[in-house]
Design a protein around this ligand. Structure first.
Ligand SMILES: Nc1ncnc2c1ncn2[C@@H]1O[C@H](COP(=O)(O)OP(=O)(O)OP(=O)(O)O)[C@@H](O)[C@H]1O
Length: 716
């Protein structure tokens, strides 16, 4: 029940009290029953089933008028096509009759066709004669009528014949053989004829042959496209339509990027109500979108930062505090531009501290030097070591912040989490701190081995551990991690790091596996695959936000065209950020000419990471058997193959199949049947494991182990 309904009795009681309290003055008796009567009439009008729905509101009347107009405009064409279908049906029926099909089929079925041959032939001849006779009589009748009554008789005869044919050929739901096979392109014809939409849903196998759709709101032009809301038949789910958006786009003959499918939720929606929006043309073409923060003097880092627009031109903002972001794409798709947008929002808040590391070493991030507390640009060994040192410094800072926070009273820090007031209080020293790393793979892939507290580990793996810690523990004390990579594979960004990155943005990638690595397991099967984006669509990607978007809290992911900011505009934002910091006296570190590292307790950092004990970076978390053996056997295939038969695994690992199945089951990895081609190329259904399920199990187990290690390390 809604709040409004709950409050209604309270309001009426209040009104009654006022009436009773009021003094009744002579001559001021209520003399105008008019409004009440009017309201009663309106109430009756709105509720009465006898009043047509079209007369109940202006909008309904407008829709009805449009419907009538559309009907009138379409009727000549519908009449002609009905007559055409009628002629086809009559000719088809007559042919079957004259060729004695029914009799012939019966004889065939009872295998007596040869015996009945003479009878069938006689009957055929007879029916031809009847046909001839009827045709001659009809022609004679028309001729006589013409001679007696003149031209109008011919018109009347043609009218009667065509009306009869039209009735015979009218479109009936499910009538087979009445629909031309080549119906022509469906693009936008559905806006005029909802039957086309129903056919598209059937063709895309989203509803059955005998099922239909209920139109909740007829197609209307909305923005730069057409919108329609439909109810699916009972038991059909809107979520399935979203999942099979591509099939529906194909059935409607539009590019899938042009089709938006959303579930209608809340009071006016339910699990089977779908909102469809089809763009008139490619929604991602046209001039780049201007970044709104170019025109603001200051931005509050706690507010969502404008990121781009979806196909319907709705603005999509990105909340950064409390979360982290990973951007993945093949080169030249707009990764750096996309990463600079949230960075710009943070730069325009003078109370935000920035760690900017650019693995590419170009001039993309040079302007940020003017505001960055720590800045590294380059891919040499010394740069990677500097990144490591600054990250270690930040991990120590996170620990110190937690320690300081525990001493704050409840009024300042009610939830042992950072608040806007804490982040701006310079005495507390806990500003929102963003770590922005472009081309992070450069640092994560560094193979140099180093010794951390007596254990050998590569520099790349150590940086991954530091980032994992920052993304996992940092948000509570105001750390925001933003990573961009052109190599979104599992070897580059380890699963333990990926698992803690909240928001994901995938611009165009090579294939669905890479897309899933950025966006999350099985996102392609839920209808989100960044490898299907077009190369010409620079800056267009799929965003899977950590929190809500304007596109609806229920939206798992949304295709977004990011705002665009050229180098000059980016530089001007950085300059503005510097002026703001100078005024607020928050310019520190590199930007203030101070690159000296802070003194830190290395051992405490290693303990906090809980990963300093790892002996080998290639298996950062020691997986339990048989998962470890499966990972070792599959190697790169774990990312490249979709499915591995159980028999192959049990043979390769030399294990007892039932024991193997039980152990894998305990790790929540269960086999399924799947069609795979065998050596002869024949497709067979075999039992086995989807590599996505194996990867999910690895992530789950790694996370559990890391958290256990972490809580051990957190023990004082
Ligand atoms: N939102 C956008 N709108 C329009 N064009 C864009 C957008 N984002 C990027 N571009 C175009 O794409 C080009 C490549 O962008 P960018 O340099 O960000 O790509 P990248 O993925 O970082 O490339 P690399 O991997 O080489 O660093 C830019 O020069 C720009 O012209």
């Amino acid at each position: 029940m809604s709040g409004e309904t709950l409050h209604a009795p309270a309001q009426s009681q209040e009104a009654e009290r006022h009436i009773f309290d009021a003094e009744l003055i002579d001559g001021e008796l209520p003399s105008e029953p008019q409004p009440n009567r009017r309201r009663r009439f309106m109430n009756w009008w709105q509720r009465s089933p006898r009043v047509p729905a079209a007369l109940k509101s202006w909008q309904a009347a407008k829709h009805a008028a449009v419907d009538v107009l559309a009907f009138i405009v379409r009727s000549p064409w519908r009449f002609v096509s009905a007559v055409g279908r009628g002629i086809a049906a009559v000719v088809r029926g007559w042919r079957r009759w004259v060729r004695v099909h029914d009799y012939r089929d019966a004889a065939e079925q009872s295998e007596k066709l040869a015996d009945k041959f003479t009878e069938i032939r006689a009957l055929t001849l007879f029916r031809w004669r009847v046909t001839g006779l009827v045709a001659l009589s009809a022609a004679a009748a028309v001729t006589v009528a013409y001679v007696v009554y003149g031209g109008p008789a011919l018109w009347i005869a043609a009218g009667i014949a065509s009306a009869t044919l039209a009735v015979f050929g009218r479109r009936k739901d499910g009538a087979p053989g009445r629909k031309p096979v080549l119906a022509g392109p469906r693009t936008l014809t559905w806006t005029m004829d909802p039957q086309v939409l129903v056919d598209a849903f059937r063709d895309a196998k989203l509803i059955g042959k005998d099922e239909s759709l209920r139109l909740v709101e007829r197609a209307a032009h909305d923005g730069a496209g057409w919108a329609v809301t439909v109810d699916l038949p009972a038991t059909r789910k809107a979520a399935d339509v979203i999942k099979h958006r591509e099939a529906l786009a194909s059935a409607l003959a539009v590019d899938e990027l042009q089709l938006i499918v959303e579930r209608v939720r809340g009071r006016s929606g339910h699990a089977g109500r779908v909102f469809l929006w089809v763009a008139d043309e490619d929604p991602y073409s046209g001039a780049p979108l201007r970044f709104p923060l170019q025109d603001v003097e200051f931005w509050d880092a706690w507010r969502s930062i404008p990121f781009g627009r979806d196909a319907r031109n709705r603005r999509i903002d990105l909340q950064l505090v409390w979360t982290s972001l990973v951007v993945g794409a093949i080169p030249r798709q707009g990764k750096t531009c996309a990463t600079r947008l949230p960075a710009a929002g943070l730069i325009l808040d003078p109370y935000t501290q920035l760690y900017v590391f650019d693995g590419k070493g170009g001039k993309d991030w040079q302007a940020a030097e003017a505001v960055a507390h720590r800045y590294v640009c380059g891919d040499e060994q010394e740069h990677t070591e500097a990144v490591r040192d600054y990250l270690v410094e930040l991990v120590a800072e996170v620990q110190a912040r937690f320690a300081r926070m525990s001493t704050l009273d409840d009024e300042i820090c009610p939830e042992s989490k950072i608040t806007p007031a804490i982040s701006r209080d310079r005495d507390l020293g806990m500003p929102i701190t963003a770590v922005i790393i472009d081309e992070v793979q450069v640092y994560l892939e560094n193979p140099t081995r180093q010794e951390i507290e007596g254990k050998k580990i590569t520099l790349g793996a150590y940086i991954a551990d530091l980032l994992t810690y920052l993304a996992r523990k940092g948000p509570a004390v105001g750390i925001v991690v933003i990573l961009a990579t052109q190599r979104p594979d599992s070897n580059t960004i380890p699963s333990r790091l990926r698992a803690v990155l909240g928001s994901r943005f995938a611009l165009r990638v090579m294939d669905w596996r890479d897309s899933n690595i950025v966006l999350g397991e099985q996102m392609n099967t839920r209808g989100f695959d960044a490898s299907t984006l077009l190369p010409s669509h620079k800056g267009v990607g799929i965003l899977r936000p950590d929190g809500d978007t304007d596109a609806g809290a229920d939206t798992v992911a949304v295709a977004v065209r990011t705002f665009y900011m050229d180098n000059a505009e980016w530089r001007s934002i950085c300059e503005r950020g510097r002026t703001l910091r100078e005024a607020a006296r928050t310019l520190t570190g590199h930007a203030a000419g101070d690159d000296s590292p802070r003194a830190i307790d290395q051992a405490a950092v290693v303990k906090a990471l809980g990963s300093g004990t790892r002996a080998d970076d290639t298996s950062p978390v020691e997986l339990p058997e048989p998962l470890a053996a499966v990972v070792e056997y599959l190697g790169d295939d774990l990312d490249q193959r979709e499915f591995v038969p159980t028999a192959e695994l049990t043979n390769a690992l030399d294990v007892e199949p039932s024991v193997f199945a039980r152990q894998m089951g305990q790790l929540e990895c269960r086999p399924t049947r799947h069609r795979v081609p065998d050596e002869d190329g024949e497709v067979r259904r075999v039992r086995g494991y989807f590599t996505a399920d194996i990867r999910a199990a690895i992530d789950r187990v790694s996370d559990e182990i890391s958290s256990a290690d972490q809580s051990e390390a957190d023990q004082p």
